[in-house]
Design a protein around this ligand. Sequence first.
Ligand code: SF4
Length: 132
Amino acid sequence: MPDDAGMRNMMNRRQFVRRAGLCGLASVAAVYLPGCVGDQADELADKPRRSIDAAREAADPCNDISQLTLDERAIRTTFNYEPRAKDPTKLCVSCNFWVLDPHGGLCGGCTLIKGPIHPKASCRSWAEKIRT
Ligand code: SF4
């Protein structure tokens, strides 16, 4: 008959074997049921990416107009600047007035409207880029 320490070791061994068995079943399921496990894995993998996208959307650096005067803000409103273009064929990045950030940042500029301009934004003065 095992003593107390021996019983604890036996319990630990039993727990280990039980857990190892569960892990083995999970591994087999992952190999033989890839569709089932894969869908769930894809969903789990997408979740953090969606959260990151939502956070980026919420913290749009191109929406910081705190440096603009009231008149400059009013012009932005008059041009109906939209941080995300409703028409994907009329993005700021493809507009003739778009100015790339010289430092390679996300936000560009505009020769008509002051302040940071998101490449996927738009406004009512969008004009097709003239290629030279
Ligand atoms: Fe964007 Fe309008 Fe400026 Fe064109 S004119 S870059 S659409 S803000």
